[in-house]
Write a protein that binds this ligand. Sequence first.
Ligand code: TRP
Ligand code: SF4
Length: 332
Amino acid sequence: MSQVILSGIRATGRLHFGNFLGAVQNFVKFQEQIDATCMYFVADWHTLTTLKDPEVLRSNLIEMIKDYIAAGLDPNKSIIYTQSSIPEIAELALYLSMFQPINELNLIPTYKELVRKNPDQVSLGLLSYPILMAADILGPRATMIPVGEDQIPNVELARSLAQRFNRRFGEIFVIPEMMEQMIKVPGLDGNKMGKSDNNSIEIGAPMNIIGKLYMKKGITDPERKHLMDLGDPYNRCKSVYGIHELITQDEKDLRVIANKCMKAEISCVECKKILVESIAKILIPFQEKRKELTDKDDYVSEILYEGGKRARSIIAKTVAVVRDKMGIVLYS
Ligand code: TRP
Ligand code: SF4
């Protein structure tokens, strides 16, 4: 059976360098696999659980698609669409909800966390978020879901919903596998990029700004206070060396940096300069392509229409079977 690789992205805003390295570059790699169908969509319904401004949602969506395309997603190789263009997804979520015990939803960690933070803003939509996500996944019969750690319980829930449904009605759904391959990209403070407000690198930022950010805020080995102090790049320099490891292409260059750090033969300033050069090699080509898309909203809409049509025809087939199994006949 050929693979269907699927992932959704909430339209919460522009990408940062962590998303770019951790997720988008993988999406681009997957689309080169000849025997895989890649489906990437903007989960705009899911975005409504937290984002309430319609204008912001509309513009985020278009700008994000531009980011993805400039990063290398190719509408000829991947199906790119928005969730809300496919009403059958919402319909499928409704059918799936009949099989979902509420107490399991109450235990999802991301949900519990949001309830803890804002106990008086817990909507039904937030509680049923994972059911909608299950519909995203099961509708196109996805086989492989690349996910970040926080999404694992949601995909688990999709798997058990599919199993429950199949036990009752036969092999209707494909049970999706997870691919927990999202690399954790360290931010300026060494924690996962994007987790705190102040540790991200904007992918659209000019290189001199990115350089300054690393110089000022990139936390280096705290025990290396002077140039003569020996560094421990592997364990004590997540913010700078952690990114070097991810992007400095040449294995040799990387080892040279680590060795020089351990022998105190390179200054942190120099090391950061090399890092910013490596970042530039990745981001400058991206930024050039991204600029070309600035006033190409119509082109983006075309891609989404095209992708929406293709995705809808795939998903509608599954939903027609589900309807039939559940005894629903459409009279309109
Ligand atoms: N919940 C995911 C997130 O916040 C986004 C998402 C929605 C998704 N539907 C999906 C991811 C289906 C994978 C598959 O990141
Ligand atoms: Fe980190 Fe580089 Fe300084 Fe070593 S030289 S502590 S790897 S910034």
